[in-house]
Write a protein that binds this ligand. Structure first.
Ligand SMILES: CC(C)(COP(=O)(O)OP(=O)(O)OC[C@H]1O[C@@H](n2cnc3c(N)ncnc32)[C@H](O)[C@@H]1OP(=O)(O)O)[C@@H](O)C(=O)NCCC(=O)NCCS
Length: 178
């Protein structure tokens, strides 16, 4: 395996391919992320969200340190890129997972499948012993995804700023142990 392949892994789940994002993914990312009901459930996606924002996001991804961060474009066969999932070191230097999926693909179990595949990779290949996540308290669907992927609530609620909301919102923290 080359150093670049190791830094940019690709994973397969029963219905999805998770692979390193490419600059050519910008139109699909902009299309699906420019949805207030996607953006408002994330901390980092502003609304509206256009092609320029997707392009500069993907430029930053190119410069990512693969020891500290990992990002995957979620591809469905015949559909192209339908969302993103990734890990970063949060303010407390804990490995945190984040994700979003385009609205046409919700409620088919796809993100549960992607999260299960990604955390298994993070533990087995990337050497992470635990992974944290947080979902806004009004995002029960994400809570369900994390529960189905065997995350547990820690009981901690943090206030996190959402760019799309323009304000902070209570965030329920969860953890997954390898
Ligand atoms: C949250 C999100 C990732 C879920 O993806 P998904 O592929 O639809 O998730 P799954 O199909 O695997 O599971 C969704 C679960 O939420 C449940 N659900 C859906 N909408 C819900 C709602 N409004 N209230 C409560 N539960 C809901 C579904 O019934 C399902 O649970 P179940 O299997 O127990 O029935 C997707 O909706 C999304 O990207 N939303 C916007 C961005 C976001 O929230 N990102 C996460 C930030 S923490």
């Amino acid at each position: 395996m080359t150093a670049l392949e190791a830094a940019r892994p690709a994973l397969h789940t029963p219905r999805l391919k998770l692979r390193f994002p490419r600059p050519s993914d910008a139109p699909e990312i902009a299309w699906y992320a420019n949805d207030i009901d996607v953006a408002r459930m994330t901390t980092g996606i502003p609304h509206p969200y256009g092609l320029e924002q997707a392009r500069s996001f993907l430029e930053r991804v190119e410069a990512m340190n693969p020891d500290e961060e990992a990002l995957f474009a979620i591809e469905a066969p015949g559909e192209g890129v339908i969302g993103l999932i990734g890990f970063h070191n949060n303010d407390e230097d804990a490995c945190e997972i984040g994700y979003w999926l385009g609205r046409p693909y919700w409620n088919r179990g796809l993100m549960t499948e992607a999260v299960c595949g990604a955390v298994a990779w993070a533990a087995r290949t990337w050497g992470r012993r635990y992974i944290v996540s947080g979902h806004f308290a009004d995002n029960d669907a994400s809570g369900r995804v994390l529960i189905k992927a065997h995350f547990l609530y820690t009981g901690e609620v943090r206030w996190r700023f959402s760019l799309a909301r323009g304000e902070a919102a209570p965030t329920r923290m969860m953890v997954w142990l390898a």
